[in-house]
Design a protein. Structure first.
Length: 464
């Protein structure tokens, strides 16, 4: 059935049969009958098809939009698929697609309208049209976000609220521009897979109770950036798992807010805290990733009890770690050089290595480890010169401060901080005030005895 009209045309009767329903011209076709059962396509070449009630388009009908609009008019509707090269789905409400094969829609989803993927196939959102305030949900199958994205073009757009919900199936990032999700969007995941597919993507918050975030494109690396545009009062919790997949995943925290991870995360890419706070919940862990805590940022592990950095992991940076920490991997205060602060106790395990860089005599030019609680030192402490600096006699460096000190199983390695001949490193005050210094060694007893013997022989010879 072809509908040609530049005005509003209402169909109250049942539309039935095996043909297509096609809207032409610039007017409005208003469908009101919930018993419509035609099995052909619903095609919009121009103008608008507006829903007068929920369920007026049969589930068996796929929707093709070349131009014009499918106006849900605040109703919820289910269709076989959504495809086409232009136009828009708008009007609020939810359009559920039951795609069983593959369908690609390159138009726009707008104005508080949700696209819900509940089929077994793959539904793709592509093209250059911005899904301004268009939301998405995945229950099953695969939803691919594949816009030619930019600062003004996104596959999901919502201001400071949940714009992408993953309850099951797979939400996969694709397309170009690494900006499929608008910066203020919250992604909520209760199940399924959020596949970064070799891309990088940033948004405001990751929340939800389950599911897996991973990169399923082999031989690639993906970075998820959380906290964009977040405020210091914002706090978001995700209890699912961030893992590698066929590729690797990394995590970056930006913005002033707090992102809490409460799952057993296994990704091996780098965790970088560039803004605000990244926190572990009571069940949270980062078991395989090296962590960089940037200046004026926080890694909060206080909910864990004592958090352990495992062998093979590295903790570094100029920020603050809140809680009790046990290091079995590598600890690198500062970033060539700088200071890292631990608000609780710090244990350096027998297999740990702590790297201290000395680039000068003033504070900030050499690494410092500031521990509010007890420092229990074991393992290897490697000291090295940087920035063409060399220490001289009587130079001292307070490389650690602490509330109390324990441990005697630590060893210093000064192979990277070789001194001029006649000078030695003195670590005797490290356990009392965290200081190492450069000393001129006292003459040994045998040397003094030898000198005395020579003087005595010289005196006797003069007397003879």
């Amino acid at each position: 059935m072809y509908v040609w009209s530049t005005n509003t045309y209402t169909v109250n009767g049942q539309v039935t049969g095996g043909g297509n329903l096609r809207k032409e011209d610039g007017g409005v076709l208003l469908l009101t009958n919930t018993t419509n059962n035609y099995t052909g396509l619903t095609r919009i070449a121009q103008g608008t098809i507006r829903l007068g009630a929920a369920g007026v388009i049969p589930d068996a009908s796929g929707v093709e939009i070349a131009a014009g609009n499918l106006d849900l008019n605040a109703n919820n509707e289910s269709v076989a698929s959504l495809f086409g090269t232009g136009g828009a789905v708008n009007g609020g409400g939810t359009l559920t697609v039951l795609t069983s094969g593959s369908a690609d829609y390159s138009g726009s989803i707008q104005n508080g309208t949700t696209l819900r993927m509940s089929g077994t196939g793959t539904q793709t959102l592509s093209g250059t049209g911005d899904n301004a305030n268009g939301w998405a949900r995945v229950d099953s199958g695969t939803l691919v976000l594949a816009k030619a994205s930019s600062l003004t073009v996104h596959a999901v757009g919502r201001t400071n609220d949940v714009g992408l919900t993953i309850a099951g199936g797979t939400a996969r990032l694709a397309g170009t521009g690494n900006d499929q999700i608008y910066t203020e969007v919250h992604v909520n995941q209760a199940g399924g897979v959020f596949d970064f597919n070799g891309t990088n993507e940033g948004f405001r918050a990751l929340t939800g109770t389950g599911g897996t975030v991973r990169n399923d494109l082999a031989a690639t690396s993906s970075t998820m950036t959380l906290g964009e545009t977040s405020l210091v009062t914002d706090s978001y919790t995700y209890s699912g798992v961030i893992a590698n997949g066929a590729g690797t995943m990394s995590l970056t925290k930006v913005g002033a807010g707090t992102q809490i991870l409460n799952g057993a995360n296994t990704y091996t890419g780098t965790t970088t805290i560039s803004g605000g706070t990244l926190a572990l919940g009571s069940s949270g862990s980062i078991a395989s990733s090296s962590i960089i805590v940037g200046a004026s940022t926080t890694l909060d592990v206080s909910a864990v009890g004592t958090w352990t950095l495992a062998s093979g992991q590295t903790l570094e940076g100029n920020g603050t770690v809140v809680g009790n920490v046990m290091i079995d991997g590598d600890l690198r205060p500062g970033t060539s050089p700088g200071t890292i602060s631990i608000t609780g106790d710090l244990g350096l395990g027998a297999g740990s290595e702590t790297f201290i860089e000395l680039g000068g005599l003033t504070a900030g030019s050499f690494d410092q480890l500031l521990v509010s609680g007890q420092l229990n030192a074991n393992g290897l402490i490697r000291v090295s010169f940087v920035n063409a600096f060399t220490a001289a006699a009587n130079d001292s460096f307070q490389i650690a401060t602490f509330g109390s000190f324990a441990g005697s199983g630590y060893t210093f390695d000064f192979s990277g901080a070789a001194l001029d001949p006649g000078l030695v490193w003195d670590t005797s005050t490290f356990s009392t005030n965290g200081t190492i210094s450069v000393a001129i060694p006292e003459p040994s007893v045998p040397l003094l005895a030898g000198v005395a013997t020579l003087l005595l022989a010289f005196r006797r010879r003069r007397q003879g």
